[in-house]
Design a protein around this ligand. Structure first.
Ligand SMILES: [Cu+2]
Length: 131
């Protein structure tokens, strides 16, 4: 085999490899790339004992727009979980109660949103929307 033929074969091998790598991307329906891989998270935000002084136990909370975020109150004092701009919210709930956070569909993936307790403004955190 001449040096020229070897170079040509190497070029063909590279072309075949590149095609093999690109093929799944071309065949894969567009929806599979992002939305089918999106995870519907069920996550929790928690107010622990003395939360009005200690803050939320979960200062950073993950959520997905199509998932479920449950707020849990483990304090004897009532608390809630709200967006300062009204994008998401729960009612005030008492000890050992849970509430589903409403309004997640209003949010945008990849954005961090502040949250707080409406009767204890010092209770704050960040909601991270992953998809
Ligand atoms: Cu509170």
């Amino acid at each position: 085999m001449t040096r020229h033929a070897g170079t040509a074969l190497r070029g063909i091998a590279i072309a075949i490899t590149a095609t093999a790598l690109a093929l799944p991307l071309l065949i894969m329906p567009r929806s599979t790339a992002a939305s089918d891989l999106a995870v519907k998270l069920h996550t929790y935000a928690i107010a622990g004992p003395e939360a009005q002084f200690a803050g939320y136990l979960t200062r950073e909370v993950l959520a997905s727009r199509s998932g479920t975020l449950t707020f849990v109150n483990e304090d004897i004092v009532q608390h809630d979980f709200n967006s300062p701009t009204g994008l998401f919210w729960t009612p005030l709930i008492g000890l050992n109660k849970t509430a589903t956070v409403q309004g997640l569909q209003n949010l945008h993936a990849g954005v961090r949103y502040p949250f707080f307790c409406s009767i204890h403004p010092g209770m704050t955190g960040t909601l991270v929307v992953i998809n």
